[in-house]
Design a protein around this ligand. Structure first.
Ligand code: OKV
Ligand code: MN
Length: 241
């Protein structure tokens, strides 16, 4: 009786150690779980399901093996891999979920999301997000040839790195009001998200006097990070690759 959550692996051909760590995590932990939830930024970048990168096929095969063995896998988009579509999800045997999803696990009401929508103080990012989430803009982008999309995406990542300066400093934290609003709106006890790369389990005093929890997943830079939910509670676990 254990459900696992991960986020922010930022998988890429450039970081084979992270891919190896993920494949080990699947074998060691995920096969024993009731379900696996991936809460976004699974990949460092994504420009369409038709991208023929060998890494994508390798990951799809590994997730397909897991889901075919009977462990359901669910996916919520991050700010980097928001273009992951039905085709790739089907290849993995995983289910795409809405950006905010309420679960009931072992009697607990748990809200899950990537976490970027909570960072409302970063107005530049929220403006950028509205643009690239516009369905018409996405359709137009996906019509472009693969090569063109790769070039545009590489330019956008370069620019973002320049304007962000030191990346980890520039990642803004969640807005506390947005957190409370989301928990209240869903009548949830716990919130699980990633994105900020600040792994922790925070207590939240709700306006109704109740205590809620916000569990934040860590990024997979030098080690793995997962959240485990069991009938006994919620736990943040870091582990070597
Ligand atoms: C992902 C981020 C690059 C942040 C572009 C429309 C547009 C989609 C896209 C291109 C970029 C995702 C898909 C990438 C996240 C960046 C830079 C900063 C802060 C368009 C729809 F605009 F060209 F029409 N993209 N890629 N960033 O390289 O994966 O999240 S990406
Ligand atoms: Mn993110």
């Amino acid at each position: 009786m254990r459900t696992l959550f991960i986020a922010d692996l930022h998988l890429s051909e450039q970081e084979p150690a992270i891919t190896a760590g993920f494949l080990r995590f699947l074998q060691r932990d995920a096969y024993q779980a009731d379900a696996l939830y991936i809460l976004g930024d699974f990949f460092e970048y994504w420009i369409g399901d038709d991208d023929p990168q060998p890494l994508h096929r390798e990951i799809a095969t590994a997730l397909r093996d897991l889901t075919a063995s009977g462990v359901p896998c669910y996916f919520i988009h991050g700010n980097r891999d928001f273009l992951i579509g039905k085709r790739f999800a089907q290849e993995c045997g995983m289910t795409l979920l809405p950006q905010e999803t309420l679960l009931t696990l072992y009697g607990h009401r748990i809200l899950i999301m990537h976490g970027d929508t909570l960072c409302i103080d970063d107005e530049d990012y929220q403006r950028y997000r509205r643009k690239v989430h516009n369905p018409l803009i996405q359709t137009l982008f996906l019509w472009l040839p693969l090569r063109t999309r790769l070039n545009i995406a590489a330019k956008m990542r370069d620019r973002s790195q320049m304007t962000n300066g030191d990346k980890s400093d520039a990642i803004m934290d969640v807005n506390q009001h947005a957190v409370i609003e989301a928990l209240e709106r869903n009548q949830a006890e716990w919130l699980i998200h990633g994105h900020t790369h600040r792994p922790a389990i925070h207590d939240i005093s709700m306006p109704n006097g109740k205590l809620a929890k916000r569990a934040v997943l860590g990024a997979w830079h030098y080690q793995g990070s997962m959240i485990s939910v069991t009938p006994a509670g919620i736990e943040l676990i870091e582990f070597p690759f």
